[in-house]
Ligand binder design. Structure first.
Ligand SMILES: Nc1nc2c([nH]c(=O)n2[C@H]2C[C@H](O)[C@@H](COP(=O)(O)OP(=O)(O)OP(=O)(O)O)O2)c(=O)[nH]1
Length: 139
């Protein structure tokens, strides 16, 4: 039975990995929930939208880059109660894109190694993703 008191909201996010083994993260704006935390670029899946199409749209909106659906590899997910709703966060790994990421939506961007990610304040759902990324980046 659906629980209207705790709606599920699906979110897609991308770990963009560069040639130096670093991942792009962006800092959430001060006026938003979890302000100041560092997150993977992405956002909510809109009604009727496929996750991969949502990720193409979000990365174009937030970073002005073009990531083909065929260059998105699903690697992990997180499931967590968040502010009266339930977050389902789908993480994709991307090694190829067109364009240079621009700061359009967040406060700041940074390229970080997995070790550096561990030192950043990130949303609680993201913490397990760091070890997942480390494993994939060694492959
Ligand atoms: N993009 C992204 N969102 C994350 C991560 N970790 C995490 O808990 N989230 C949460 C924060 C938000 O509640 C939601 C992302 O939705 P969003 O970015 O479209 O929404 P928002 O709250 O920033 O802004 P709005 O669309 O409501 O204006 O997922 C992450 O690594 N990347």
């Amino acid at each position: 039975m659906p629980n209207p008191a705790c709606p599920l909201f699906p979110v897609v996010a991308a770990a963009l990995i560069d040639g130096a083994g670093r991942v792009l993260v962006q800092q959430r704006p001060p006026d938003k929930q979890m302000a100041g935390l560092w997150e993977f670029p992405g956002g909510k899946i809109e009604s009727g939208e496929a996750p991969e199409a949502a990720l193409v749209r979000e990365l174009a909106e937030e970073l002005a880059i073009d990531v083909a659906e065929s260059d998105q590899t699903p690697v992990s997910f997180a499931s967590q109660a968040l502010a009266g709703k339930h977050l389902l966060l789908l993480l994709y790994l991307c090694r190829q894109w067109v364009g240079t990421p621009q700061l359009l939506d967040a406060v700041a961007l940074q390229w970080a190694t997995p070790a550096q990610l561990r030192e950043l304040a990130m949303p609680p759902a993201d913490a397990p993703f760091i070890a997942v990324l480390e494993r994939h980046m060694k492959e």
